[in-house]
Design a protein. Structure first.
Length: 417
C-alpha cells in the first residue's frame, strides 16, 4: 500500500470528484481543501481532510462513501446547484454554443422511484445492495435513503426473491420500481427457470404483495397493473422499461416540453419510451406521432392511449431512430418535434432535423456532452437555441437532465454529412 501525501484540491470534476492541482481525482474532496491522499492507479483515496472547505456539510446517508451511487452529499446546497449547472454550462462552452442557461430546476421530489439492486451470496445468504464506487464489491443496504418510501423495503424483497433462484450464488440484478399499485420487480441474470420455480416466485409475489414480478421482461405474475404517471399520462411501462428517475422529474420535463408548443398542432415525440410526453401533448389537443426502438414501450403507450378518454390522435411505431431516423418528407409536415434519446444522443436524427423545415424542436437529454453535439448540428442547420434548462432529478450524482428549445431561423440547408 502506497504512503499518503498531502494535496490541494483545485476544482470539482464532472463526476463529483475533487480534482487535485496535479489532475488526480479524489472522491470526497472539495475545492480549496488540503487533504491527505493515497494514490491508487488513476484515482486517489481520501485519507483525511486537513483543511476542510466552508462548503463541506455532513452527508445524511449512512452508506455514503461506501456505496458508489452518490458523489456529493458532502457539498452544501448552493455550491451543489452551481456545480450541477456548471456541468451543462461547460458542455455548451466546449461546443462553442451561446444561449440563455436557466437556473437548475430541483426535481428530486420524494426521491427516486426505481432502484436496481444487485444480489450476491455472502457467507451463505443472499445480500442485496449497490456496488461500491469503481468496484464490483457489494455494499449491502437496509434501504436507500434517496428513494421514495415505497422502495425502502426493496432490499428485503430482493433477498426473499433470490431464495428460489439460488440465494445469489449466481449474481442477480433486480430493478424494483415503486408504482401506484405497489412494487414492480424485474429480475435479471438468472436465465430460464422451471415451472416449479415460477410457481414459488408467484407465491412469493403474493406474500410480498408485489404488483408485478418478471424475469428478464417475461411476466411471471401481474397481480395489479403497476401504473405510473398522473392523469392522461398514466401508463404501465414494460418490465424494467425506461422511466424518468423521479415523478417530479417527469412532471418538470413534461412542463418544459409543453411550454414552447404555442399553436403547434402536429408533433412528433421521438425516443418516446412509454409515452409520457406523447400522452401529455395529446391531452392538450395536439396530434402526435410517437417513435421508439423498444417495441414493448410502444405497446405500453398504445394501451395507455386506448384506455384514456379525450386525447387527440396518437400514432405510434417501433422504429430504430439511430438507424432509421425520420426523414424530410416525414418531418416537414410537422409543427414541432420532441426528442429524448438515451445518453448516446440523437446524432442521426439531429442531422435529418437540421435539413428539415420543422419550426420548433425541443431536445430533452440526460447527457450534456451529447446534447451539445446534437445542438451544434441543429444550429449549423439554421436553428437558434433559445434556452436550456438543467433539471436535477439524479440528486447528488454527476448526472443532469436538460431541456433545450430550438427554433428554425434560416432556410433549409444543403444536406449535412
Amino acid at each position: 500500500m502506497s504512503e499518503s501525501e498531502t494535496l490541494t484540491i483545485a476544482r470539482l470534476g464532472a463526476r463529483g470528484d475533487g480534482i487535485a492541482e496535479d489532475g488526480l481525482p479524489v472522491p470526497g474532496a472539495l475545492p480549496g481543501e488540503r487533504v491527505q491522499v493515497r494514490r491508487e492507479g488513476r484515482h486517489g483515496t481520501l485519507v483525511a481532510v486537513e483543511t476542510p472547505s466552508l462548503e463541506r456539510i455532513e452527508p445524511f446517508c449512512p452508506y455514503y462513501s461506501a456505496c458508489g451511487g452518490c458523489a456529493v452529499q458532502h457539498l452544501a446546497p448552493e455550491p451543489y446547484a452551481a456545480w450541477k449547472r456548471g456541468i451543462v454550462e461547460g458542455a455548451l462552452a466546449q461546443a462553442r454554443i451561446e444561449t440563455e442557461l436557466a437556473p437548475l430546476l430541483d426535481a428530486r421530489g420524494e426521491g427516486r422511484r426505481r432502484i436496481v439492486l444487485h444480489v450476491r451470496e455472502i457467507e451463505g445468504r443472499a445480500e442485496a445492495g449497490l456496488m461500491a464506487a469503481r468496484s464490483h464489491a457489494l455494499v449491502p443496504l437496509d434501504h436507500c435513503p434517496i428513494t421514495v418510501p415505497g422502495l425502502h423495503r426493496a432490499p428485503a424483497v430482493a433477498e426473499a426473491l433470490a431464495a428460489p433462484l439460488g440465494h445469489g450464488r449466481k449474481p442477480l440484478d433486480m430493478a424494483v420500481t415503486a408504482a401506484g399499485a405497489g412494487l414492480d420487480v424485474d429480475i435479471r441474470g438468472h436465465g430460464p427457470v422451471s415451472e416449479g420455480v415460477r410457481g414459488v416466485l408467484t407465491r412469493l409475489a403474493g406474500e410480498l404483495d408485489l404488483a408485478r414480478l418478471s424475469l428478464h421482461g417475461d411476466v411471471v405474475v401481474e397481480r395489479r397493473g403497476p401504473a405510473v404517471g398522473e392523469g392522461m399520462a398514466r401508463r404501465v411501462p414494460p418490465p424494467g422499461g425506461f422511466l424518468q428517475a423521479t415523478a417530479a422529474g417527469e412532471a418538470a420535463l413534461t412542463q418544459l416540453v409543453l411550454e414552447p408548443m404555442g399553436k403547434a398542432k402536429r408533433v412528433a415525440d421521438l425516443f418516446c419510451g412509454s409515452g409520457p410526453f406523447a400522452l401529455a401533448l395529446a391531452a392538450t389537443g395536439r396530434e402526435v406521432h410517437a417513435a421508439e426502438g423498444d417495441a414493448a414501450s410502444i405497446q405500453a403507450l398504445t394501451r395507455a392511449y386506448r384506455a384514456a378518454a379525450g386525447l387527440s390522435r396518437i400514432t405510434a411505431e417501433a422504429r430504430d431512430l439511430f438507424r432509421r431516423p425520420l426523414l424530410g418528407p416525414e418531418l416537414d409536415r410537422l409543427d414541432a418535434v420532441v426528442f429524448d434519446p438515451p445518453r448516446a444522443g440523437a446524432e442521426a436524427q439531429a442531422r435529418r432535423l437540421a435539413e428539415s423545415k420543422v419550426p420548433l424542436v425541443v431536445g430533452v437529454a440526460c447527457d450534456a456532452g451529447t446534447f451539445a453535439r446534437d445542438a451544434a448540428i441543429l444550429i449549423a442547420g439554421g436553428y437558434r437555441l433559445e434556452r436550456v434548462t438543467p433539471v436535477d432529478q439524479f440528486a447528488w450524482s454527476g448526472h443532469v437532465e436538460l431541456v433545450g428549445i430550438f427554433r428554425k431561423t434560416a432556410p433549409k440547408p444543403r444536406r449535412l454529412r
